[in-house]
Design a protein around this ligand. Structure first.
Ligand SMILES: Nc1ncnc2c1ncn2[C@@H]1O[C@H](COP(=O)(O)OP(=O)(O)OP(=O)(O)O)[C@@H](O)[C@H]1O
Length: 755
């Protein structure tokens, strides 16, 4: 890490000898004062500042457990020099608690509030472990530090470089999104410390010839709970399987995992759990002032705009739920010129730009719109004044990390969470987690509406309209995909109002919502729609094939239109549930989804009209006709002629039927191909949207959310099944001639006989 001038051989030998001496001394010092396993050194009195350090005149060593200054720790001069140059003198709580344990080689599970100095709590033991092992260039990879995001990895790398500048280790930053992977492959085998995202590390494990981590001494997971989360599961398991079990493992996070399973996966040996702020009244930094505001979905942009306009001299970090949301707000607000520089950060941006934006935001007052890619670990020079959560975080942990971008170390900060009426449960959950939130009311007089301005922008810039549509869909999708259904319920959202608030003239189609309702009965689907939902919010859903009544008085009536499987759900349903009153033709303009015509299948067995003779016996239609005709006109049917005619007609019918069936098969095939293409397009769009969501909060080159683990709605199967059912019914209907056809046939027959 440090650059040294060429040294003479003699100097080198002397240096080596003094290093060997220092290491021996450090090891004795560490051994002499090991803290009790399971103890928290924070409970010990700090050492007086002027107390002698290291080996004492009586041969014993000064106490290091409980001390509060870096200078009092048994660490190398090189590390101490690095710390001093970075102006680190006094330890933070997590550093005081964990360093005495980690320096003596114990695995650590460290939990402390955001901004409390966890980075140094693992950087120091990493340097010391390799130093004491006299690790050199020829020894290969001695330490891996993993981070869930590229920006955080970059930040950790900077800390490592500055604190470790006097050491001679080689270190490399291995993150996705960089073009120079081939150059990286050439050098990676010579690196001692890898700071990386899981995806890129695994890529090297898979692709770089002779890449070897079998001698690894230290493994660090920063934001450990995130890396152990399902999104990284496959990559992490593959990485762990290639690492030696005997090593020092350090896990840190503000929201630490205690899952035995997770710890077993990492083969942790009796780790020291150091949760230094567990006794604290709050789970968030004390200098952080947190507020929440009730903001309906369709008022969020008005509120955000007004907030920005009211804080033009601040550095504001705004969290939104998807890349498209971020892009939309950034692009539109930029055009509206609020009077403060605007920036955006999300997982689908090029890495160089991401890094550039990150450093620019550290430098000047501005507003940074971001996905959760910026929610964890980032330090932003301790200079964020406000964290604004426009979209609700997925859980309390996400909330803690987001607000933790402000009020870092000793500085103060403020945060505001926009909660929608349907998300009020979130406030209870945050309170349970010891997060002190003050619920405030917005000053109505100061709220400026932007919806109209957005609408005009969308007219002027068609690209923005497309972006608005995607933002709309990805936002709803992000809500739909949230795990906590107590808080996130997409059916409770004022969808049309939201669409209008984005400036959209019409509510875009929402395919996944349609799928959500697929297979539900009418009443189930209706129960999913909130009481106060306007008709305009009604969602399309596929009708279940009705059970046919024995007697259908309306069968064959001309007002029943041609078949289709989908039908628009309206509020009023007729008896039996299958006939939907399509009252709202006037709703068409604002429908969520394209309205399909109400149609029925003329081939379906629509019920048989039952006719009785004078004695109460049932009569087939032909017989009825014949009987009535005979009654009226005294015409006797010639049985032979009738049979002959019947046979002829049957033959003709068979031919016509075959032609019909062929035509129908062809039509069905075309429809299937069309649907397949539509589904494929839909899936591609969905995957893109998933990327937008997942890309929002983690490394995506290899460490992307494992798509295979996602549950997709099996729409093809559903459709196939329904089509199968339809085909079966149509088969039956084709064999049995309908009542109307029978009547027509009989009339023709009678006429032909008279003529
Ligand atoms: N002992 C110390 N003395 C002075 N400043 C410190 C000390 N330790 C850390 N800091 C500073 O505190 C800030 C926060 O540290 P760090 O980023 O390590 O926090 P963290 O606990 O990892 O936060 P997060 O949970 O958000 O990742 C940094 O700017 C860092 O330089």
């Amino acid at each position: 890490m440090g650059k040294h001038a060429p040294k003479s051989r003699k100097v080198k030998i002397q240096n080596r000898l003094s290093e060997v001496h220092e290491i021996e001394l450090l090891e004795e010092w560490i051994e002499s004062g090991k803290p009790e396993s399971g103890s928290n050194p924070l409970s010990l009195e700090p050492l007086p500042h002027k107390a002698p350090l290291g080996r004492l005149p009586d041969g014993s060593f000064s106490r290091y457990a409980g001390c509060d200054r870096f200078s009092q720790l048994p660490v190398s001069k090189k590390t101490k020099d690095g710390l001093t140059q970075c102006k680190y003198k006094t330890m933070t709580d997590i550093q005081r608690a964990s360093l005495p344990h980690s320096l003596c080689g114990r695995d650590i599970l460290g939990a402390a509030k955001t901004g409390s100095g966890k980075t140094l709590a693992f950087v120091i033991p990493v340097l010391e472990k390799l130093y004491k092992a006299r690790w050199g260039p020829e020894d290969g990879v001695g330490c891996i530090i993993m981070s869930p995001t590229r920006e955080l990895a970059g930040q950790l790398f900077e800390v490592l470089k500055s604190v470790g500048k006097h050491h001679g280790f080689s270190a490399g930053l291995l993150i996705g999104g960089r073009k120079d992977v081939d150059a990286e492959k050439e050098h990676v085998n010579g690196l001692n410390i890898l700071v990386c995202t899981p995806g890129r590390l695994l890529q090297h494990m898979d692709e770089t010839p002779n890449f070897d981590c079998s001698q690894l001494q230290v493994l660090v997971l920063d934001e450990a709970d995130r890396i152990l989360d399902v999104g990284f599961k496959r990559d992490l398991n593959a990485i762990i399987s290639q690492l030696p079990k005997h090593r020092l493992t350090l896990l840190f996070s503000a929201t630490q995992t205690k899952s035995v399973q997770d710890l077993a996966r990492l083969s942790l040996k009796d780790p020291e759990y150091l949760g230094v702020h567990e006794e604290s009244d709050t789970a968030t930094p004390n200098r952080l002032q947190q507020t929440a505001m009730l903001v309906p979905l369709d008022k969020k942009f008005d509120m955000l705009w007004s907030f920005i306009k009211a804080h033009l001299n601040s550095r504001i970090l705004v969290f939104l739920s998807s890349c498209k949301q971020v892009k939309f707000v950034f692009e539109t607000f930029k055009k509206l010129r609020p009077g403060i520089p605007l920036k955006c950060l999300h997982g689908r941006m090029k890495q160089d730009r991401r890094m550039g934006i990150y450093s620019q935001f550290c430098e000047q007052r501005s507003v940074l719109f971001s996905t959760d890619v910026a929610s964890r670990g980032l330090d932003f020079n301790k200079a964020v004044d406000w964290v604004v959560q426009v979209d609700c975080p997925e859980d309390c942990a996400a909330y803690i990390h987001r607000v933790g971008r402000t009020a870092r170390y000793l500085s103060g900060g403020r945060s505001v969470l926009f909660v929608m009426p349907s998300e009020m449960k979130m406030l209870e959950k945050l309170e349970e987690k010891k997060i002190p939130l003050r619920v405030i009311k917005a000053n109505e007089k100061r709220i400026q509406s932007v919806s109209d301005l957005l609408a005009s922008l969308l007219v002027k810039y068609p690209d923005l309209q497309h972006l608005a549509q995607r933002a709309f869909v990805t936002y709803l999708k992000s809500i739909h995909k949230q795990r906590d259904k107590e808080i996130f319920d997409v059916t409770k959202l004022p969808i049309d109002e939201f669409s209008a608030s984005l400036g959209l003239p019409m509510t875009p189609k929402i395919r996944f919502l349609k799928q959500k309702l697929k297979g539900k009965t009418v009443s189930e689907a209706l129960s999913l729609i909130p009481e106060n939902t306007s008709n305009d919010n009604l969602l399309e859903f596929p009708i279940k094939e009705p059970e046919f009544p024995i007697e259908d008085p309306d069968a064959g009536k001309s007002d029943v239109e041609e078949v289709d499987e989908d039908i628009l759900l309206a509020k009023e349903t007729q008896e039996g549930g299958e006939n939907i009153n399509s009252k709202g033709d006037d709703m068409l303009a604002t429908r969520v989804t394209k309205k399909k015509k109400l149609k029925i299948n003329v081939h379906r067995p629509v019920g048989t009209r039952v006719v009785f003779d004078e004695e109460g016996n049932t009569l087939p239609p032909l017989a009825r006709l014949a009987a009535s005709s005979s009654g009226a006109d005294s015409v006797q049917l010639n049985k032979e002629k009738v049979n002959q005619r019947y046979a002829e007609l049957r033959k003709n019918l068979k031919v016509a039927d075959k032609e019909d069936k062929d035509l129908d098969r062809k039509r069905r095939k075309e429809k299937r191909i069309k649907e397949k293409m539509k589904n494929k397009r839909g899936r591609e769009e969905e995957e893109e949207e998933d990327d937008e969501l997942s890309g929002s909060d983690m490394e995506i080159s290899r460490g992307r959310v494992d798509k295979k683990t996602k549950i997709y709605f099996d729409s093809d199967n559903e459709d196939d099944k329904r089509r199968g059912d339809m085909a079966k019914m149509e088969g039956i209907a084709a064999d049995a001639i309908s009542l109307a056809e029978q009547e027509e046939l009989a009339l023709k027959l009678l006429n032909s006989m008279h003529s």
